[in-house]
Design a binder for this molecule. Structure first.
Ligand code: PML
Length: 249
């Protein structure tokens, strides 16, 4: 059965030179039958976002050639109920350190995320030197072509009744694909949604670690940092994250 990759991007004021304010993005994999429903879900996501009102929405649909699509088990989840941004960021730094990210790289990661309000994709940093490894600017690296396998998703959601939200499902799917890429040491993420302050650190060893309060409510900052080993072939790494279809299940 043919499979389609869907990618949504929404922006406000795109006519501006800088491409406008990034509002929302989303990715799905869908069979032909479920395509309409998947498009509607992405459209809904674009239209109801607290970062702003989208006046540009692009939904790209592409048939995926791949025959055999690998299935990745979702990262195990743990939750750190920190009660302040200071405590949350300290927890995140601890988890990154335990995943073998250097202090210099951790510091650089926080600097980038706290000062970024318009990052569309992830920034790649050398996990030791903290040096930026990609040349994508604010466009960043956009992880795509991953989605939950329907049955496994239903079972997974039943097992985690507190994590009903679509947001968490999508973030776990993305983090699972990132953790599976050769070269990934860890990821640091918090949402650029001003009404959402929970973020996460994830890594192949630690799993998906949710942390309350990685930023203050109302802040537009946010995005993703992928910490990678110095030996990583960046072109191959980006190709895998952007182009290789994977199921989560
Ligand atoms: C996003 O909003 O796109 C990122 C969400 C990250 C945190 C999700 C969670 O609560 O686990």
């Amino acid at each position: 059965e043919p499979l389609y990759s869907l990618r949504m991007r929404a922006a406000e004021g795109r006519a501006h030179e800088d491409g406008g304010l990034h509002i929302s993005g989303g990715e799905r994999l869908s069979t032909r039958e479920e395509l309409e429903e998947a498009v509607s879900a992405l459209l809904r996501k674009a239209l109801h976002h607290s970062r702003g009102t989208a006046d540009f929405i692009n939904i790209a649909i592409e048939k995926v050639a791949q025959e055999e699509i690998p299935v990745l088990a979702p990262l195990p989840i743990s939750t750190y109920c920190t009660t302040s941004v200071q405590a949350g960021r300290k927890q995140a730094a601890d988890l990154l350190r335990q995943s073998s990210v250097s202090d210099a790289a951790i510091e650089r990661g926080f600097e980038i995320l706290t000062s970024s309000y318009n990052l569309r994709g992830a920034v790649l940093l050398d996990s030791q030197s903290g040096e930026r490894m990609d040349t994508r600017g604010t466009k960043g690296v956009r992880v795509s072509r991953m989605d939950w396998e329907r049955m496994s998703h239903a079972i997974w959601k039943k097992r985690q009744p507190l994590l009903e939200s679509v947001r968490v499902s999508e973030a776990v799917a993305l983090a699972t694909k990132v953790a599976s890429a050769a070269g990934t040491v860890a990821e640091l993420c918090w949402s650029d949604d001003p009404e959402y302050s929970t973020g996460y650190v994830s890594s192949p060893t630690k799993g998906y670690c949710r942390i309350f309060h990685l930023k203050e409510e109302g802040e537009l900052s946010g995005g993703r940092i992928f910490f990678v080993t110095a030996e990583t072939n960046i072109a191959d790494y980006i190709e895998y994250l952007e182009k290789m279809p994977v199921w989560i299940g």
